[in-house]
Structure formats: C-alpha cells, structure tokens
Write a protein that binds this ligand. Structure first.
Ligand code: NAP
Length: 303
C-alpha cells in the first residue's frame, strides 16, 4: 500500500506588513506575498527610526506578521562621518524599535541581516549557530547591533541572514556589470572575496516557505547555493548575457574602497531546504533582460 505523504502548510497570520517595500528585496517580497494582500510601506510612509510613528502605524494596521526589509545598505557610506549615524540608527536602533513594537501587538517579526556581521576569516563558512563578532566594516557593525536589539526585544522573531543580493529595483553587481558591458571591453574585478550571490526572488520565496512551514523562530541563512568570487561572478554574468568582455582578476588591495569587505562571507544553510545554485538563479534573472537588449555578437575568444 502506498504511504500517503503530507507536507504541512501553516497559514501565515495576516494582516502582513512589509517595510522597505520599495527596496530591492521589498519589491520581491511584495510580489511573493501579493495574494495575501500585504501592506507595503517605505521611508516616505513610515520612518522606522521614529518609535512614535512606528507604534501609531502598528496600532492602526494591527499586523500579525511584520517583514522588515528596510535598511541603510550603502556600505561605503556607513564609514562616512556624516552618514554613519543614519546607518547605525536604521540598521541598529530601529530594529529594536520595530521588534519591541511588534512584541506589544503580539506580532511575529521577520528581519534580514547580512554575512557582513562576521569577520570573514572562517574559510569553511558560517553556521547559523556561529556567534558573529568583529565585523570588518561599520555596515556590518550596524547590522550586528540590529541583530542584538532583535534578540533582546523578547519578540517572536525570524532572523534571516543573506548575502550578495541582486534583483530588480535596486543597485546591484549584476546590473552594474551589464551597464559596464555597454561601454567597456575590459574590466578588473577582485578575486579574493568569496560569497554566495543571491537572487531576491529566491530569497522572498524561501521567506514565504519558512513562514508556511513548521519552522521554529530563530536564525536562518538563506543564500543561493555554491560559493564564488566577484571575479567568477562577473565572468558568469558576461558569459550568460553573451556580452564580449575581458575580465581580469585583481586582489582587493588593488581596489580600495572606504569600507573593507570580509574575505570569506560564506553563509551555510543547515536548517532549511537549500536554495538553487546561484548560476541557475542568475539565468532566470538575466533572461528577460537579455531578450530586451541589443547585444553585440559574442566573440567566444573573449570569454
Ligand atoms: N543588498 C545586498 O547585497 C544585501 C546583502 C546582505 C543583506 N542585505 C540585507 O537585505 C535587506 C534588504 O536589502 P536591499 O538590498 O533590498 O535594500 P535596499 O534596496 O537598499 O532597500 C532598503 C529600503 O529601506 C528603505 N529605508 C531606508 N531607511 C529607512 C527608514 N529610516 N525608514 C523606512 N525605510 C527606510 C530604503 O528607502 P530609501 O531608498 O528611500 O532610503 C529602501 O527602500 C537589508 O536588511 C539588507 O541589510 C542586503
């Protein structure tokens, strides 16, 4: 006799509120949860650093599930004396404001953090149970402060760390490479930083599966599978997009930026079914872009 197989699907508590709804991940979340009619807010409608506004909005909307994709993501600007206080407030303090307000209305909060909370020295990658310490830049430190505020709030939370995001409606490495491909024939890209490029659509869908499954609240690592370097990522983008480009590997020491980047920011997902490999996800993201582009003919010698 066949054994019946059951998969448990929990009903996601509604109303759902998505913060940072106009950002790169926020757009993907709004699409992925569209059938549940989420309310999406961004900075112009709710400043998450303002605790009075947050409490007022939560009282009005009474969300049961709050998904926070709002953040200050300009990594280099977090090093700047003028903008660092904003970075600290949005990525750190505001997470505490949201989590405490969520607790007051008995809502679950889902918050996104980053591989940059780790120092990047663990070559084999970081587990969900690894304790983040000594982030190498101010953005990582601000996101770690946010993680700590979330944990100490007493709210029911899912903390999802992710990395190297790309998708529609946001500044990202893939789009930068594609636009450089329109004007350049040669590029240098760093090949000593390792990570897992992650497609916002895959991350949003995994977030939904997390909430629908019987997963315990806590820390999760959601990244597309297989690690790479920025150099190999760039080579693959040009290859898939059929753009002729000579990409030359360089060390990070030849590409100095205000914020240092961790050498190994490889997140290991040991608690959730793996997301697909990054090259497959990239192909899906590039497909409509390639179809709409007038691309130069491919010279196989350049790839
Ligand atoms: N991008 C990556 O490579 C990456 C990697 C790892 C983790 N993450 C994390 O993933 C999450 C989503 O990132 P993303 O790349 O989608 O970010 P994003 O595109 O920069 O979107 C963030 C959104 O938050 C809004 N925001 C900023 N300050 C705010 C405030 N005070 N109140 C309300 N909204 C505010 C921004 O509005 P404005 O544009 O008007 O400022 C923007 O719409 C973040 O938690 C980020 O730290 C990102």
């Amino acid at each position: 006799m066949d054994v019946a197989r059951f998969s448990v699907t929990m009903v996601i508590p509604t109303p759902i509120l998505i913060l940072g709804a106009k950002g790169m991940l926020g757009h993907a979340l709004m699409d992925t949860f569209a059938d549940l009619a989420p309310t999406g807010l961004d900075r112009d409608e709710l400043d998450i650093t303002n605790s009075i506004e947050v409490d007022a909005k939560f009282s009005l909307l009474t969300p049961k599930t709050i998904i926070n994709a709002a953040a200050f993501t300009a990594v280099d600007q977090c090093e700047n004396e003028a903008t660092k206080p904003i970075c600290d407030k949005v990525n750190g303090e505001a997470v505490g404001i949201l989590a405490e307000a969520a607790k007051r209305i008995s809502a679950t909060i889902i918050h996104f953090s980053t591989d940059y909370v780790f120092d990047g020295t663990k070559q084999e990658g970081y587990l969900e149970t690894d304790e983040p310490k000594n982030p190498v830049n101010a953005y990582g430190a601000s996101k770690l402060a946010g993680e700590q505020a979330l944990r100490s709030s007493g709210a029911n939370f899912y903390l999802i760390r992710t990395a190297w995001l790309y998708g529609a409606y946001g500044k990202n490495f893939v789009d930068t490479m594609l636009s450089l491909g329109k004007t350049k024939k040669e590029l240098t890209v760093v090949n000593d930083q390792h990570g897992k490029p992650t497609y916002t659509v895959d991350l949003a869908k995994a977030t939904r599966r997390l909430l629908e499954g019987e997963y315990t609240p806590g820390v999760y690592h959601f990244v597309n599978e297989e690690a790479t370097t920025w150099y190999d990522f760039a080579v693959e983008i040009f290859k898939q997009a059929k753009i002729p480009m000579q990409v030359h590997p360089i060390p990070s020491s030849d590409f100095l930026r205000p914020a240092k980047r961790p050498a190994y920011s490889i997140l290991l997902n040991t608690k959730f079914p793996p997301l697909r490999p990054w090259k497959e996800a990239l192909a899906e993201y590039l497909q409509p872009i390639i179809q709409n582009q007038d691309l130069a003919p491919l010279d196989p010698n350049l790839l």
